[in-house]
Design a protein around this ligand. Structure first.
Ligand SMILES: NC(=O)c1ccc[n+]([C@@H]2O[C@H](COP(=O)([O-])OP(=O)(O)OC[C@H]3O[C@@H](n4cnc5c(N)ncnc54)[C@H](OP(=O)(O)O)[C@@H]3O)[C@@H](O)[C@H]2O)c1
Length: 303
């Protein structure tokens, strides 16, 4: 009997890597759609993430039982807009339907909303809606902010705390986050891949922090003596843009800050993850923020 195929977008990325590890460990045959070169010795079959060639995309998905989709873009840059990311995901869903994929596990975000002024959140909501209407068996997974070794946001907070005497907290710092561990997210996705009912699930960690509490937690864990100062969001963004230019990256965008300050990275439903952010930060304290994690290096520079 031929073994069922499972396709993951971004198996060499952040969330996709942990998802893939679990599928491979349980003996599943895994194929990835990616723009990244495969690491040596990977057991994963590799095909291009070729949104502009729908037949090739469908061909890569033919025979797959489940598609785990992590594809999205963090911020718009050049031709890579949120509109393009929506179109690309539509092409992926259409290819999955054409290929007869039995189930789609789609990673979205908490508080996705078609009426949101933030295109990250509205674009995700449009895709959720289309997947719900598509007739394909699906699970929509909506993480808050994801933490783990390859994370960018928390790592770069630690990086700033290690290097600068001051950390600028935008606004009151009272807005909240409910971080979820990347491995808990991966477990949730794989579990949902095995079901056949249509579900929408928030992926949420067990602890909620205000932004200021989170920064203080990281600061104290890594032994930084940086002082926290409050400034309007516009000032924090301007400083962020200076740091971004210095490291050749985009540190944070206006929309990301707004999503954070509007409390969009918390959920009203009970936690699905069990891993403590507090404990994880302490366990990672010697390594966290030692080097800067660059979004542009990850996704826009030649490998
Ligand atoms: N990270 C978080 O804190 C967080 C929070 C809430 C929701 N999410 C959602 O979780 C999913 C996975 O996020 P992640 O952080 O784990 O992402 P990731 O691994 O960095 O990227 C996921 C996938 O998107 C592709 N991709 C990312 N940026 C791209 C770009 N600029 N151009 C072309 N392709 C790009 C990657 O392609 P390659 O395989 O070619 O690298 C990969 O297939 C996303 O849908 C995201 O919206 C993440």
């Amino acid at each position: 009997m031929t073994e069922a195929l499972h396709v993951v977008t971004g198996a060499f990325g952040y969330t996709g890597r942990y998802l893939t590890e679990r599928l491979v460990a349980s003996g599943r045959r895994v194929r990835t759609l990616t723009t990244k070169p495969p690491p040596p010795g990977t057991p994963v079959e590799v095909r291009p993430l070729s949104f502009d060639r729908p037949e090739d995309l469908a061909d890569s998905l033919r025979g797959a039982e489940t598609l785990y989709n992590t594809y999205w873009v963090r911020f718009p840059r050049g031709q890579v807009t949120y509109g393009r990311a929506v179109e690309n995901t539509r092409a992926l869903f259409a290819a999955a339907r054409a290929a007869g994929v039995a189930r789609i596990v789609h990673v979205s975000i908490t508080n996705a909303d078609e009426r949101s002024p933030l295109p990250y959140f509205s674009g995700k909501a449009v895709l959720e809606h289309e997947l719900r209407e598509s007739g394909t068996s699906h699970a929509i997974v909506r993480p808050t902010v994801v933490f783990g070794r390859e994370d960018i946001l928390i790592n770069n907070i630690a990086w700033i705390l290690r290097r600068l005497p001051l950390f600028v907290v935008p606004g009151s710092g009272e807005y909240r986050l409910q971080p979820v561990y990347v491995e808990d997210l991966a477990d949730l996705c794989v579990g949902l891949g095995e079901r056949r009912d249509d579900v929408v699930v928030d992926a949420v960690g067990p602890e909620t922090f205000t932004f200021e509490e989170l920064v203080l937690l990281v600061r104290d864990a890594i032994g930084s003596r940086a002082r926290l100062v409050h400034a309007p969001a516009a000032v924090a963004l301007a400083l962020g843009s200076v740091i971004g230019r210095a490291v050749g990256d985009v540190l944070v965008t206006r929309d990301e800050l707004r999503g954070l300050m509007d409390d969009l990275l918390v959920s009203a439903v009970p936690p699905t993850g069990t891993t403590s952010f507090r404990a994880w930060v302490h366990a990672q304290a010697t390594e966290l923020g030692r080097s800067y994690a660059s979004e542009l290096a990850r996704h826009y520079r030649p490998n």
